[in-house]
Design a protein around this ligand. Structure first.
Ligand code: 21W
Length: 231
């Protein structure tokens, strides 16, 4: 998959995307990631990307011209153009799976200034948020999106990790995990996990997952019920 990113803060992207699983995916050619500075598509001496809002009011607004020029230079037929904004639809694992099916994503990160509405109307095919809290700009949301999508690309996770992913995508939170030592600072590993009774262990884990989900994320159980009803 190819991912192009448009941002005013390209420096924020060095580091997080050069480690661990994403680094390996890039090295193996499974992900071709390129970060572009929006200022490269300005033509004035000051590389102006924003201007004062029509109608007045505080702050500045990102001008449409550099964004249109950049997208027209980077997009090809079949490219999915996505803006990240606080007002977008909320990113979910399901949206991640959908996006992992595209050959080319063009991700546009804004700043606190917000976009001229014509960028939304003329360029964006989708608008995504990563949750209900306020960040200073769209760079972290774009990195979150890249992380979510990359680990879903074929071949990025090892066989073992992919299989694990499937068994955990049962819509519940994870059951509690333990490793050695069997007792640590007075806290004992549940006896059942040391018993070797695999069917009993599977049942215990399912019950703990269900219990934990009921306590912490009852909304996930409602979602699961609705999905089951639709079958
Ligand atoms: C914060 C952008 C506030 C715009 C007048 C002119 C992308 C984000 C972002 C940001 C505003 C996401 C204004 C969860 C987020 C993002 C920066 C509002 C203020 N008024 N998901 N400008 N949270 N955030 N505009 O913050 O770009 S996805």
């Amino acid at each position: 998959m190819k991912i192009d990113v448009l941002t005013l803060f390209p420096g924020m992207f060095t580091g997080p995307l050069d480690e661990s699983i994403i680094k390996r995916a890039r090295e193996r050619g499974l992900l071709n990631l390129q970060i572009h500075n929006l200022r490269d598509w300005t033509h004035d001496r000051h590389k102006t990307v924003d201007d004062r809002p029509f109608g007045g009011g505080p702050g500045m607004v990102l001008k449409p011209e550099p964004l249109f020029e950049a997208v027209e230079a980077l997009a090809q037929p079949g490219t999915r153009v996505i803006m990240v904004t606080p007002g977008g639809r909320k990113l979910t694992q399901e949206i991640g799976r959908e996006l992992a099916g595209y050959e080319h994503l063009l991700l546009i990160a804004g700043s606190y200034e917000g976009f001229d509405e014509r960028v939304r109307l003329g360029l964006a095919q989708d608008e995504l948020s990563i949750g209900d809290y306020v960040l200073t700009n769209g760079a972290l949301p774009v990195m979150v999106l890249i992380d979510v999508v990359t680990r879903l690309l074929p071949g990025v996770l090892g066989d073992e990790e992919s299989a694990k992913e499937e068994s955990f995508s049962n819509g519940l939170l994870e059951y509690p995990h333990y490793t050695r030592p069997a007792e640590f600072r007075g806290m004992k590993v549940p006896e059942i996990l040391l018993s070797g009774h695999h069917a009993e262990i599977a049942k215990w884990r399912y019950e703990r997952a269900l219990e934990r989900t009921r306590e912490r994320r009852p909304d996930l159980i409602e979602i699961k019920k609705r999905e089951t009803d639709n079958l």
